[in-house]
Design a protein around this ligand. Structure first.
Ligand code: ZN
Length: 223
């Protein structure tokens, strides 16, 4: 076998074998209950080029690092990195100017506070952009919700609610706009049909670039 390690085999009532490479570069095999191991290994070997390609793709993606909240550390906002500056006596816990200023006495609980701060910024910005694109497209959601989703950047309900993850506020504005337009058009076109993408393109001719950014940088949006 072409030296590919299988990290996990999940057996179930399914009828076919599926290979999954996770975001952590783990190879997971889903297989029917009584599939012999050598058969699975044969399939893995056959698919080795695809698996290696997948793993290479994932390792190229930028990784989110656990924040330490030290001076000079970078924090994203609307796609731009800002250096953290801890200030001894700052009137606000968190303030974004040329840098991200954080009051020294806010540090003990800073992760929670910063999440809340990002969330508030997201509510303001996403609502504003959503109204703008509603006017432009003529699709009006009955409400806009901000979620904590880590991967599902946007979604919408049959009832006409659109949901957006606050994590989007870390992404460039044009990427946020893409997710908003995507969900607004879903209000009229529930599936990713040809017409759906034609409608997206009619609003954002360069939507593919924005979509790719999201796909290639999703780890940057984790906090
Ligand atoms: Zn969609």
């Amino acid at each position: 076998m072409a030296n590919i390690k299988i990290d996990k085999i999940i057996r179930s009532k399914r009828k076919t074998i599926a290979l999954v490479v996770t975001k952590e570069s783990q190879l997971i095999i889903r297989a029917p209950f009584y599939t012999p191991l050598d058969y699975i290994e044969k399939i893995v070997s056959k698919k080795s080029v695809w698996i290696k390609q997948k793993i290479a793709e994932i390792s190229k993606q930028p990784k989110a690092q656990k924040k330490e909240f030290v001076n000079g550390e970078g924090f994203l906002f609307l796609g731009k990195p800002y250096q953290l500056q801890i200030v001894e006596n700052h009137p606000l816990d968190i303030e974004l100017k040329d840098r991200l200023y954080i009051a020294q006495n806010a540090l003990p609980n800073i992760e929670k506070k910063l999440t809340q701060w990002y969330r508030n910024q997201a509510i303001e910005k996403i609502t504003e952009r959503c109204f703008w694109y509603s006017k432009l497209t003529g699709y009006h959601p009955i409400s806009i919700k901000i979620t904590d989703a880590q991967k599902r950047w946007g979604s919408c309900s049959a009832k006409g609610t659109v949901n957006f993850s606050w994590h989007l506020i870390l992404a460039p504005l044009e990427v946020i706009d893409y997710v908003i337009v995507h969900e607004l058009i879903h209000l009229e076109e529930p599936n990713h049909s040809k017409i759906f993408w034609i409608k997206v393109r009619s609003i954002l001719p360069d939507y593919e670039k924005r979509k790719n950014w999201l796909k290639n940088n999703e780890r940057l949006l984790k906090m």
